[in-house]
Design a protein around this ligand. Structure first.
Ligand SMILES: Cc1cc2nc3c(=O)[nH]c(=O)nc-3n(C[C@H](O)[C@H](O)[C@H](O)COP(=O)(O)OP(=O)(O)OC[C@H]3O[C@@H](n4cnc5c(N)ncnc54)[C@H](O)[C@@H]3O)c2cc1C
Length: 488
């Protein structure tokens, strides 16, 4: 992209929004060069911080008119390079769109701007007896707009569902710069589920400027236990046994021995000594139901070789159980200079087998893997440890990461559970989908964004498919040829 185009655009946006909202100073631009996946860095050509949906639309319209790509950024905690800037593009940062417009307990919903921090929604709803259920471990800092774009999950999504189950309506700026509304305050709008299509679209279909979310009633009772097992086989079997018994806990989280070691070093969570794996199981709901099911869960853990079970006596002890789990990603930095946070899904019942295979693959390559994950829904987070200073180790870690994803696919799972595809996993998408599948997805993307200006280079492998090449889909799609679909 010619520098002159960006300079013209910067001037136009400064005139419309004010100088303070437009950044083109190289040193300041570098603040935005990566998201949570810091091994990829690209300095954007321009950063703009709109204060309102109208300003956001104005920026996107200006980009569309100039043919300049744009990337949305919330808090920049994404772990797949989704908010990685485009070197010739504009990064549109939503951090100034932080108003909570409405909390309506009687309607069990809230209306928020996209830059609102996830936990702020719960804080606003709690005095009314409600909370926002999807709880990524990054909830103290990630934005609702980012959650929507990634269809984020969290420890309590086992019982309550992912972000997509909690978004009722959206206002968004299309890649042409139009402000439109999808869905609404009432559940289940007629017509195509465009809200569903937008949630999880990773910034490739436009920018969300307002989100109507569902609020959930705070439970009457919450009970949490920490169970220590000799290894991941037993902890995996206990997880399956709990669900098979018809109990749906709010959360079932697992950490293996290496993840426990890291958490102990970082936050001294004091988990049972000698544990090869721990499970944190949390039940919530009506007190009578929780009491009955809690006893059942305890029994199932013991039946599956748990050698110590601790029950949180109060909120402080519950917080300590969770502290180890929630700090585990960062804690791994204590035991390894570098690591890859992997994210894949497998059927829950395959947990023992797949964890064993991961251990074997890691041993074959001389690489350590720590596992800390949402066991209840089979969402693995293998942390692949390496030392970049050791020649060839980063490459071996990357190769092992890919092999783990192959394993997930082979067991009928997925290459990502909640962290998205972004730019990091675009290369892995063909391991799950055929060319026809990918091109069919591109038809949807091209319907929203025929010029591929919204977050290009993300999700889809480059450069073969239509979304990565400016202009409409090239050549007839198999569904078109069969007369089953039309490109418009
Ligand atoms: C320590 C840690 C723990 C984490 N734990 C979890 C977890 O438990 N579960 C989980 O799911 N994730 C987790 N994550 C990943 C991350 O926090 C989530 O993906 C989160 O939703 C990203 O939000 P963000 O505001 O930081 O988005 P960003 O990183 O800024 O952007 C993410 C994507 O969303 C797009 N985007 C941002 N705002 C908008 C918008 N308004 N409209 C359209 N597109 C937009 C961007 O273009 C990008 O593609 C974790 C990350 C860290 C660092």
């Amino acid at each position: 992209m010619a520098t002159a185009t960006i300079e013209r655009l910067a001037g136009e946006l400064r005139g419309a929004l004010g100088a303070e909202q437009v950044i083109d100073d190289r040193a300041r631009l570098r603040t935005y060069e990566c998201d949570g996946l810091a091994q990829y860095r690209v300095v954007p050509a321009l950063v703009v911080l709109p204060h309102s949906a109208r300003e956001c639309a104005l920026v996107v319209r200006a980009c569309a008119a100039a043919g300049v790509p744009f990337v949305a950024r919330g808090s920049g905690t994404g772990l797949s390079g989704g908010a990685l800037p485009h070197p010739d593009g504009v990064l549109i940062v939503t951090s100034r769109l932080r108003a909570i417009r409405e909390v309506a307990p009687a309607d069990e919903r809230a209306v928020v701007e996209p830059g609102v921090i996830n936990l702020a929604v719960t804080r606003a709803a709690a005095p009314h007896g409600y909370y926002y259920a999807p709880d990524p471990s990054s909830q103290q800092i990630c934005s609702i707009g980012g959650n929507v774009a990634e269809n984020s999950g969290g420890a309590h999504c086992l019982k309550y569902g992912f972000t997509t189950h909690h978004v009722l309506g959206l206002e968004l700026v299309t890649p042409d710069g139009d402000l439109v509304r999808l869905g609404g305050p009432a559940p289940d709008s007629p017509g195509y589920d465009l809200v569903g299509a937008f949630v999880g679209s990773e910034g490739t279909l436009g920018i969300a400027t307002e989100v109507t979310v569902r609020l959930v009633r705070l439970p009457e009772s919450v009970r949490t236990l920490l169970a220590a097992f000799p290894g991941t086989d037993a902890a995996g079997a206990a997880t399956s046994a709990i669900i098979a018994a018809g109990v749906v806990p709010a959360a079932v989280e697992m950490m293996d021995a290496l993840a426990i070691e890291a958490a102990e070093a970082a936050v001294h969570c004091d988990y049972p000594a000698g544990a090869g794996a721990v499970l944190i199981v949390e039940l919530d709901g009506p007190a009578v139901e929780v009491e009955a099911q809690f006893a059942e869960v305890e029994r199932l853990c013991r039946d599956n070789a748990a050698f110590e079970i601790r029950i949180a006596a109060d909120d402080a002890e519950r917080a300590l159980f969770w502290k180890g789990r929630k700090s585990a990603f960062a804690a791994v930095g204590r035991i390894s200079p570098d690591y890859i946070v992997q994210d894949g899904v497998i059927p829950r019942t395959a947990l023992p087998e797949v964890l064993r295979r991961i251990g074997e693959l890691a041993a074959e390559r001389g690489i350590r893997v720590a596992n800390v994950f949402h066991a209840g829904d089979g969402n693995l987070h293998p942390l692949v440890l390496f030392d970049d200073a050791v020649e060839g180790e980063a490459e071996r870690a990357e190769e092992l990461s890919g092999a783990i994803l192959d394993l997930c696919v082979a067991y009928g799972g997925s290459i990502t559970g909640e962290h998205g595809v972004g730019m990091d996993k675009a290369k892995y998408l063909p391991r799950m989908y055929t060319d026809d599948d990918l091109e069919t997805m591109q038809l949807l993307r091209c319907a929203f964004d025929p010029r591929s200006l919204a977050n290009p280079g993300k999700i889809f492998p480059t450069p073969r498919l239509c979304g990565e090449v400016p202009g409409r889909h090239r050549g007839a799609h198999p569904l078109q040829e069969a007369g089953l679909a039309e490109v418009f």
